[in-house]
Design a protein around this ligand. Structure first.
Ligand code: NAD
Length: 507
């Protein structure tokens, strides 16, 4: 089968700056086989050895940081500074996970309970060949941290980056290949959803997707065929709740950051703001001013003057336009922005929105902040939870205890107080959603252990069955067994006493 070409297209001006040959579905399947064969050698290395090899990758990433930011700048249209944020987060995680992995993966001794002569140990073993499929919005930081976690845990990896940002996929492949000790244990497979589907049906040992809810459903169906374990990091429709004691200038400033950073192409972007009525007018005014001050445009310079770049995927522009058109046709009012030039929008603040509009229900993945007036905290919580998604949320209040209490009532995977987006960058915080935002976790201990399966050992030197349940069964004393059961497990003192007296009374 002839290989398709994937052109490197800068979304800012549609200029082509290179190309790569996509893999065929057959090659994708072979890559899974190859990584299965490579697995015994990689998993036999100690955690320390694997961490040391990944330390070499860390050195390469630091060494080539300008090249990385340049490729991301052209591939996604994001500024060089925004590109560096992707690399910064990746390096922070790589550095921390390398240190922690040994402790996390250490076999754990657990209680043997009534099995006195056993020594019970839980060991975490890697699955085998893990397929990692990533999206285009943060093509670097959504590929490398899961890959690093999988590798540290002892898996080999087949990575399929997004076809929308193939230059970053090709870059990651080059970076991996520049560490000879790592290269045999990672395959980077280029291609679209067909190639991704070939990978998921090739019986890999684990599948980790970051992508849309629609793709998550397809992958879960494919995984069901072979009972392959999956982890799905999917879309979001994150709510921002502004309470009456919030610092409004800060909420408007950093709320706008959360809504418009990377032109809203962030799974955890603020896509709905609920503001209590006493603060609504002031917040709307401040958020509108803030949004109007944020400029969009493209620059390849190291210090871009623009806050936002273009929309990376032309298909996303259609969705954003559709959501805006649907909202305005149903009565929504745009207070600032709304103009689109090619792939560039100005940040949009929208009011008079309601739950019938797509902009309040579906993932927009663009630079739009719809604001809703609510009566009080309870209504804000109810509306924030009234969504098919549950990735992240933010609560804005000067009362830390109140904010925590509200956060506890939000059904989302990660909730942040008086800030936006930052929870993704905390290496030790598990990241992932609930409901249509998926399941499984990236990052931290959970994110690493997810690439392992627990195996239990009941060890002991005595080659006989020697536990209370078996001794009682073998003794043939049924009545004595029920008394011991009552004494050991009686839920109240009376139950325990009754068990004893029943035994002695009947004797
Ligand atoms: P997408 O679902 O279109 O594609 C994601 C990846 O899946 C791509 O590599 C694609 O080629 C591959 N793919 C598509 N169909 C496939 C199939 N049938 N089998 C296997 N692989 C297949 O998503 P996208 O448009 O690239 O990314 C945007 C989406 O990702 C948004 O919904 C966003 O919210 C979500 N996202 C989630 C997180 C998170 O951590 N929860 C982070 C970033 C982005």
């Amino acid at each position: 089968m002839e290989r398709e070409k994937l052109s490197f297209i800068n979304p800012a001006d549609h200029s082509i700056f290179g190309e790569i040959a996509a893999h065929t579905p057959e090659e994708a399947r072979q890559a899974v086989e190859e990584m299965k064969r490579a697995f015994p050698e990689w998993s036999a290395k100690s955690v320390r050895e694997r961490a040391d090899i990944l330390g070499k990758l860390q050195a390469v990433l630091v060494e080539r940081r300008d090249e990385i930011s340049s490729v991301l700048n052209q591939d996604c249209g994001k500024s060089r500074q925004d590109a560096l944020i992707e690399l910064f987060i990746t390096l922070d995680m790589l550095a921390q996970y390398r240190v922690k992995a040994k402790k996390w993966l250490k076999p754990q001794r657990v209680s043997s309970g009534l099995y006195f002569f056993k020594r019970s140990v839980v060991e975490r073993r890697p699955y085998g060949a893990a397929v990692i499929i990533s999206p285009w919005n943060y093509p670097f930081t959504l590929s490398l941290p899961p890959m690093i976690s999988a590798l540290l845990a002892g898996n080999t990896v087949v990575l399929k980056p997004s076809e929308v940002t193939p230059a970053t996929g090709a870059l990651i492949e080059r970076l991996v290949q520049s560490v000879p000790e790592l290269a045999p244990f990672v395959r980077v497979i280029h291609g679209d959803g067909k190639v991704g589907a070939a990978l998921t049906s090739a019986k890999p040992d684990y599948i980790f997707l970051t992508g849309s809810t629609a793709t998550g459903r397809k992958i879960m169906q494919a995984a069901a065929e072979n009972l392959t374990p999956v982890s799905l990091e999917l879309g979001g429709k994150d709510a921002m709740i502004v309470l009456d004691d919030a610092n409004l200038p800060a909420a408007a400033r950093w709320g706008a950051w959360g809504a418009f950073f990377h032109a809203g192409q962030t799974c955890m972007a603020i896509e709905r703001a609920y503001v209590v009525e006493s603060k609504y007018d002031e917040f709307v005014k401040l958020a509108t001013q803030q949004a109007a001050s944020l400029k969009s445009g493209y620059s390849a310079a190291l210090d871009s003057p623009y806050f936002m770049g273009p929309i990376t995927d032309p298909r996303q522009v259609k969705i954003i336009d559709d959501h805006i058109q649907d909202a305005t046709s149903k009565g929504a009012k745009i207070l600032t922005g709304g103009k689109r030039e090619g792939m560039f929008y100005d940040p949009i603040v929208m009011v008079d929105v309601n739950a019938d509009m797509k902009i309040m229900r579906d993932e927009t993945f663009g630079p739009v902040m719809p604001i809703v007036k609510v009566r009080n905290e309870e209504e804000a919580i109810r509306l924030a939870n009234d969504s098919a998604f549950g990735l992240c949320a933010s609560v804005w209040s000067d009362d830390a205890q109140r904010a925590k209490r509200v956060a506890e009532q939000i059904n989302a995977g990660a909730i942040i107080v008086n800030d936006a987006l930052a929870q993704f960058g905390v290496p030790m915080l598990p990241f992932g959603g609930v409901k249509d935002s998926g399941f499984g976790r990236a990052h931290g201990k959970d994110g690493l252990l997810q690439f392992t399966c627990s195996h239990s050992y009941a060890l002991g030197g005595v080659p006989v069955k020697f536990d209370i349940a078996t001794i009682l069964r073998e003794s043939g004393h049924y009545k004595l067994a029920t008394v011991i059961m009552g004494v050991l497990f009686g839920a109240t003192f009376k139950q325990k006493a009754d068990a004893l007296s029943e035994f002695f009374g009947k004797k």
